[in-house]
Design a protein around this ligand. Structure first.
Ligand code: GLU
Length: 508
């Protein structure tokens, strides 16, 4: 069988968003599965909007996602150059071929002419199709006008009637009415090739066998097939992927949340998780397997099973998949992922000692179940740092007014004051003693203590909370973390101020 060759052909005019990344990923999966070739081609003929920094960032984002290319800028290959701005001479040759054979012609209409024509046509028939006004200018006259300094674009001569159909690997046969397709511009008056022309020349010369791209290009495909026909070239197979939509059914945009691959990376989504989720946008692996590695997906991917219905980008599902992939990391790896986020929230120092890492690993073990992505850690961990009895909500404040509450917390204060390295075992012992001494038990005993230590009536279990704050308090951190003893005394001070406790009760 012929070697399968696919390509991802981004225009470097912005960041790689998830829709394009999904297109790249389906091409990559198909290539890897078929033991074919994945080509990266940079379509930078729109010189005003293209920028080298976008190209660099696109490549970085693709590699971060795990999508490597066999041929392309940097990687090289036998079909280069792989950047359209370096292929202008090639397009010129093909333009001449089409002009010489009469399959294309020069058009001298100015933008203003075309605008007037478009408005008139729209008013008359509701559709704006180029009239073919310049189609009959002879080659000799055209050449003369060019020599006289007139600017001209080049248009492909199309039949203007009949139908054109092609089989789409995702959507079945697609049929177009050629009377609705005017002669498309293939070379602009600036000399730059139009997308529909350059893409055909490149796909053909690069021996691309399958063009897999977004369905926003469906209307371009008949125009491209007409170029193939005019050049007597065989078109590749086409597969148009459905659009990626938000949950409200409109095209995914920033309004829905993050859309740039770069943003997901910054938010601390793991690349295999984003890879996994993007692959599920329009493709369902057999037996409802959802959490898969790239290698597993290569084995299972089937272009024929790609759905034609719109793919809905569900952030919750992505985060669920992210959590599943996160579970496969070691705690140290988790800590390394969380570190930059904690550092920029000024919860960790720039230079970490082994003791800092140990503590961070414990933080991971406790909080990992509570976060969607690593960027969420600072907000969660902030609950360890925040300690302000005055800011407690009214209900919690009320809970501290009971008779047991004041006695339990005061006694706890007396007992903890003599302990150097407080830990959870000591908490259990002290609590038992307080139970004996005060007769307070159950909720009356534990609730005031939980509130005194955390300022909240619910949250982390104290067997997890106590070691985290005790160890954290011993570390040199940008923002200090209060240990249990400090917390209890701060709470007692607050309660005294409110008049919930008499002064002498706290004196040990
Ligand atoms: N440069 C085009 C784009 O980014 C490529 C479309 C295609 O794959 O043919 O949309």
């Amino acid at each position: 069988m012929k070697n399968i060759r696919v390509r991802f052909a981004p225009s470097p005019t912005g960041f790689l968003h998830v829709g394009n990344a999904r297109t790249a990923l389906f091409n990559w999966l198909f290539a890897r599965q078929q033991k074919g070739t994945f080509v990266l081609r940079i379509e930078d003929t729109d010189i005003e909007r293209s920028a080298l920094e976008y190209e660099e960032k696109l490549k970085e984002d693709l590699l971060w996602l795990g999508l490597d290319w066999d041929e392309g800028p940097d990687a090289g290959g036998a079909f280069g150059p792989y950047r359209q701005s370096l292929r202008l001479d090639i397009y010129k040759d093909y333009t001449h071929k089409l002009l010489d054979s009469g399959k294309a012609y020069r058009c001298f209409c100015t933008t203003e002419d075309l605008e007037t024509e478009r408005k008139e046509a729209q008013a008359k028939s509701g559709v704006a199709i180029y009239s073919g006004k310049c189609a009959n200018i002879s080659a000799t006259e055209a050449l003369q006008r060019i020599q006289d300094g007139e600017k001209a674009s080049v248009r492909l001569r199309t039949p203007g009637r009949g139908a054109l159909a092609f089989p789409d690997l995702v959507r079945g046969e697609l049929k177009f009415d050629l009377s609705l397709i005017g002669d498309p511009i293939i070379v602009r008056s600036t000399g730059h090739p139009a997308y529909n022309f350059a893409v055909v020349v490149d796909d053909s010369l690069m021996e691309i066998t399958h063009v897999i791209r977004g369905e926003d290009h469906i209307s371009n495909t008949p125009r491209q097939i007409l170029v193939y026909q005019a050049l007597s070239l065989v078109p590749p197979h086409f597969a148009h992927l459905s659009m990626v939509m938000g949950r409200d059914g409109t095209r995914l945009s920033k309004r829905h949340g993050a859309t740039a691959v770069d943003q997901f990376q910054k938010d601390g989504v793991l690349s295999p998780a984003l890879f996994n989720y993007l692959a599920l946008l329009g493709w369902a692996p057999p037996e409802d397997q959802e959490v898969l590695s790239p290698e597993e997906m290569i084995g299972l991917f089937d272009l024929k099973k790609v759905s034609r219905s719109a793919a809905i980008f569900d952030y919750d599902k992505l985060y669920w998949i992210n959590r599943q992939h996160t579970k496969t990391l070691s705690v140290r790896q988790m800590a390394e992922m969380a570190f930059p986020h904690m550092k920029s929230a000024e919860l960790l120092p720039d230079i970490m000692t082994e003791a800092h890492w140990d503590w961070l690993e414990k933080v991971m073990e406790v909080f990992i179940e509570r976060v969607d992505r690593f960027a969420d850690f600072p907000l969660q961990v902030d609950s360890l740092f925040r300690y302000s009895p005055v800011e407690m909500d009214e209900e919690t404040k009320k809970e501290m007014e009971g008779d047991c509450a004041s006695r339990v917390v005061s006694l706890f204060g007396q007992k903890i004051a003599n302990i150097e390295h407080f830990d959870y075992a000591q908490f259990v012992t002290i609590t038992q003693e307080i139970k004996q001494d005060t007769g307070c038990k159950g909720k009356d005993l534990y609730h005031p203590l939980r509130i005194a230590l955390t300022t909240r009536s619910s949250g982390l279990d104290l067997d997890k909370f106590i070691p985290l704050v005790e160890e954290g308090a011993r570390l040199d951190l940008p923002r200090s973390l209060k240990n249990c003893c400090q917390r209890i005394y701060e709470m007692l001070g607050y309660l005294q101020q409110r008049g919930s406790i008499q002064n002498e009760e706290t004196e040990s």
